[in-house]
Design a binder for this molecule. Structure first.
Ligand SMILES: Cc1cc2nc3c(=O)[nH]c(=O)nc-3n(C[C@H](O)[C@H](O)[C@H](O)COP(=O)(O)OP(=O)(O)OC[C@H]3O[C@@H](n4cnc5c(N)ncnc54)[C@H](O)[C@@H]3O)c2cc1C
Length: 318
């Protein structure tokens, strides 16, 4: 698998990650953004954003994010779709693991936002990594010719279920609120030969043995009794709001509320690692704040990597 060395690796392509990349790229630092999905972050799902300074008030979050991403790429950022599942920050090079390859950076920025969610289904936490997964691209191949369940109706659930149809014998798609008929991607998924849609159905429990998941208990809205479905994998895609830090392990200090601890320069307690945007879990979760965090971290990284004593402002171009 590919290993890529670069100056700055940024995990997350939301307003925090894209702004940081814009500044590091303009400071001539080779920068890679690893983004699991440009459509699922907090800004990407914002229907309309009217308070981002200088931008027309009727723009969608997704379109604003596209502008930010394009601007960073225009200055040299290498934007890649890849879901990060682990990091190793023990050495000078910070290593980031994804199914698409391994990335090594002299500086690492975590900007994965706060669209995570505490485990909420019975058995979800217990079987996480033993049949429960949040990443079909990472784990789909383990389920070749097996039956799996996908829970959730958002864009991410639909895209990830599509990935699983390439491996699993049957993908059971469980949705408590059904997708709209005009949602072409959802309809395309439902019409796949190896997809069974469990309409208006709630996941009640994930069950298994020491070896891992064996099935899920489901309840249809119109029925009294629950029903057991035998599956070996359960892929959960529900929205929520909790900093996404699962891939950090215990390598970076977190606050009690789950946000990453940073100083005034957005540096974490681990040298060479910064954290920006909603992942800090501050009370002021706004696109402009996330972008500001990205700028601060980028300038601090430029100082760190070039051993500068002071911050070099972006507008001195000589
Ligand atoms: C419904 C809603 C409406 C909002 N409305 C407004 C508003 O009107 N104005 C305003 O200023 N703010 C608004 N906000 C807040 C604003 O969207 C956020 O504060 C901002 O998007 C945070 O930016 P971020 O870059 O930290 O995170 P996000 O925008 O959430 O981006 C995080 C990115 O990280 C990626 N990611 C996550 N995990 C991984 C992983 N393991 N590997 C790789 N990539 C990963 C995600 O795919 C995503 O692209 C709203 C938020 C919500 C939820």
């Amino acid at each position: 698998m590919e290993t890529i060395e670069t100056d700055v690796v940024i995990i997350g392509g939301g307003p925090a990650g894209c702004s940081c990349a814009l500044y590091t790229s303009r400071a001539d630092l080779k920068t890679v953004i690893l983004d699991k999905n440009p459509s699922v972050g907090a800004l990407a799902i914002t229907h309309q954003i009217a308070n981002y300074p200088g931008v027309p008030t009727d723009i969608s979050g997704e379109d604003l994010l596209q502008l930010m991403r394009d601007q960073a790429v225009q200055y040299g950022t290498d934007y890649r779709r890849a879901q990060v599942f682990g990091i190793d920050i023990s050495g000078d090079w910070k290593t980031v693991f994804t199914p698409e390859g391994t990335f090594k950076g002299r500086a690492l920025v975590v900007a994965s936002g706060a669209m995570g969610r505490p485990a909420s289904f019975k058995g979800e936490a217990e079987f996480l990594g033993r049949g429960v997964s949040y990443c079909a691209t990472c784990d789909g191949a383990f389920y070749k010719s097996r039956e799996v369940a996908v829970v959730g109706v958002n864009k991410e659930a639909i895209e990830e279920a599509q990935v699983l149809t390439k491996f699993a014998s049957t993908v059971h798609w469980i949705t408590s609120n059904d997708p709209k008929e005009e949602d072409h991607e959802a309809m395309e998924l439902i019409n796949k030969e190896n997809v069974k849609h469990w309409s208006k159905t709630r996941l009640m429990k994930i069950q298994g043995t020491d070896a891992g998941v064996t099935g899920v208990a489901l309840k249809n809205r119109s029925k009294e009794e629950t029903q057991l479905l035998e599956v070996e994998g359960v892929f959960v895609y529900m929205s929520g709001s909790k900093p996404i830090t699962d891939f950090l392990g215990d390598q970076i200090a977190l606050k009690e509320d789950g946000g990453v601890v940073v100083d005034d320069f957005m540096a974490t307690t681990s040298e060479g690692v910064w954290a920006i945007g909603d992942i800090r879990n501050t009370p002021f979760k706004q696109a402009v704040v996330a972008a500001s965090d990205g700028c601060i971290a980028a300038m601090a990284i430029d100082r760190f990597l070039n051993s500068r004593k002071s911050i070099r402002v972006d507008w001195v171009h000589s």
